[in-house]
Design a protein around this ligand. Structure first.
Ligand code: BTN
Length: 322
């Protein structure tokens, strides 16, 4: 572990008050000048540090850097253990886990502060700037039929809602099939990619990837997302992203241990805001007007078309008609 990482942990573990420069220097066996140099480097990485004459250093109350130490601490206090990696920057956390799916253990989790090429559904990209979101992927091995694998995404949407409610005042709602909204804006997207055994038709492994816009990104969302994307909160809070990531991991794994429970669909449905609304069903280039009527026991969306016919959509996309 580098001196900078050790200093970050000292600051993160300091619950109240300041850590004096000399106390840090003693604990890390470095000079006061080296303390100052490492503080500067942490600031360049995004740490928000208050320095006060004659008192020392502490993390600012609004400090929120995604940190492996902070996520682990949260998980430990909840009695949870995961194989975990936290990165400043990766190409895509989903790709990273897919590349190592054979080596990594179940529930191996990769979290990034920034993705260079975050992937969205339908071949789209997912805007993944640094300092504002959580980009998290988990490796899952569960004895599921190919058709049942969509439940993983359902579980992730419900787990995201629970984790957001546990750590913030926001009121998340689900838009079928796997988007989570706060205040009418999308704050979360989920992309599950899977390898299915050709012999058994069962799941070899799946990578569930979730992107959460915790805060509005610096400089705002790009123009094409401004009417669609939003943030969970407008108030930066100490370690919120680490707390939220840990809460999501716990909730998600817990729900996955009862993936066949009818209670999952009940909760998903209760949290869905689309029922009763006019929608457009997107099928390739086509966009068909319909009413979102119900969600069935397999989480398929039942839509009614203007001619009265109904269809159960088990995957795909709908947009709300205004
Ligand atoms: C969507 O709404 O289109 C799905 C977005 C999924 C984004 C997440 S972020 C973590 C993981 N890594 C990726 O490259 N994509 C998923």
């Amino acid at each position: 572990m580098t001196t900078r990482q050790k200093l970050a942990i000292l600051l993160e573990d300091q619950e109240e008050g300041f850590l004096s420069g000399s106390a840090i220097a003693d604990q890390l066996h470095i000079t006061r000048a080296a303390v100052w140099k490492n503080i500067r480097q942490l600031e360049e990485e995004g740490y928000v540090i208050e320095a006060v004459n004659n008192r020392g250093y502490r993390l600012a109350p609004e400090h929120d850097v995604l940190s492996e130490h902070a996520v682990r601490k949260e998980l430990e206090s909840a009695g949870e253990t995961f194989e975990l990696e936290v990165f400043r920057e990766v190409e895509s956390t989903n790709n990273l886990l897919k590349d190592h799916a054979q080596e990594y253990a179940d529930w191996h989790t990769a979290i990034a502060d920034h993705q260079i090429s975050g992937k969205g559904r339908r071949g789209r990209s997912f805007f993944s700037p640094s300092g504002s979101g959580i980009y998290l992927s988990m490796l899952i091995r569960l004895p599921l039929e190919a058709m049942e694998a969509t439940r993983i995404t359902t579980a992730a949407a419900v787990a995201a809602c629970r984790a957001i409610e546990k750590t913030t005042d926001a009121r998340p709602e689900i838009k079928w099939v796997n988007d989570v909204f706060v205040n009418g804006k999308k704050i979360c997207g989920i992309l599950t990619e899977a390898s299915i055994s050709m012999e058994s038709g069962r799941l070899d492994w799946a990578v569930m990837g979730i992107g959460l816009n915790v805060y509005e990104p610096e400089g705002g969302f790009p123009e094409e997302l401004q009417n669609i994307a939003g943030a969970i909160t407008s108030k930066r809070q100490k370690n919120l992203r680490s707390r939220l990531a840990a809460a999501f991991m716990e909730e998600f794994r817990h729900i996955c241990s009862h993936l066949d429970s009818p209670l999952l669909v009940t909760e998903y449905k209760k949290r869905s805001f689309i029922l009763g609304l006019p929608v457009n069903v997107l099928k390739g280039e086509e966009s068909l007007p319909a009413i979102a009527e119900d969600i069935d026991d397999n989480c398929a969306l039942i839509v009614r078309y203007p001619d009265g016919s109904r269809e159960a959509l088990s995957s795909g996309e709908v947009s709300i008609r205004i």
